[in-house]
Ligand binder design. Sequence first.
Ligand code: CP
Ligand code: NVA
Length: 306
Amino acid sequence: MMSVRHFLSFMDCTSDELLQLIHRAIELKELRNRGVIHEPLKSRVLGMIFEKASTRTRLSFEAGMIQLGGQAIFLSPRDTQLGRGEPVDDCARVMSRMLDGVMIRTFAHSTLTTFAANSKVPVINGLSDDLHPCQLLADMQTFFEHRGNIQGKVVAWIGDGNNMCNSYIEAAEQLDFTLRVACPKGFEPNATFLARAGDRVQVVRDPREAVAGAHLVSTDVWTSMGQEDEAKLRLETFKDYQVTRELLDQAANDVLFMHCLPAHRGEEISHDLLEDPRAVVWDEAENRLHAQKALMEFLIPHATSA
Ligand code: CP
Ligand code: NVA
């Protein structure tokens, strides 16, 4: 079990491996655009456990597996024993004897680490309360495609210090860029992540300060899945953190804007922002497919004939 590679966080790969994944994702995108069939995962099966809703993650993993020659099985906690209290470690032991990889979208990050510790096959984090590393692979691929290497650049994160923000912190460490986080008091990213990142990540209150001269600006919903009870309070607390065209004007001339989606126009972004030429959110969403295909090709052992 020790030799199995998982992808629960950007820290599960070296910087070089992450760069390889990003470049491979760009290659796989070109192959697909040229109509080339590439099926290294023929007869391989990915299990996908979703404890939270999803459009992009489900579709990109499922379509990605099919395009790589394999299959994906959607597992809802409503219909599996996991949802009726079967221990996560038992589920991991059983599922990993039948599958070649498991993707999990869950609440507590410990569900992922427990599953991975008991799994014979690679486990991929499809979002937890702490991290969303697959989204960061796609975001980084999108930056590399539009602007080249992100090393030495300045990235501004505006809004909630949430799972996406934590993953941006890890990306800053691994890919060597500066991250400025603008968030209201009490909504800072996880202190452990901040402490490990050191000077590379700065937390400020004023979005304009974070965005000044930035090469990439990113934001996310103010209320993440699982925080629905706090929605009203959050709407009030974050009202000065909306990303607008005027805010982007404070950034570098060649700034890109990203949002992992789904977006709430009129809340974290202005109504017109996704129509702005600086917004690359549709490429970013598409790149979930290519980035995760690169990831699965890297993690899941290829099939051999008898
Ligand atoms: N960005 C993202 O993970 O989208 P879904 O919630 O639709 O999967
Ligand atoms: N921070 C959001 C991301 C959704 C893709 C959430 O966790 O709901």
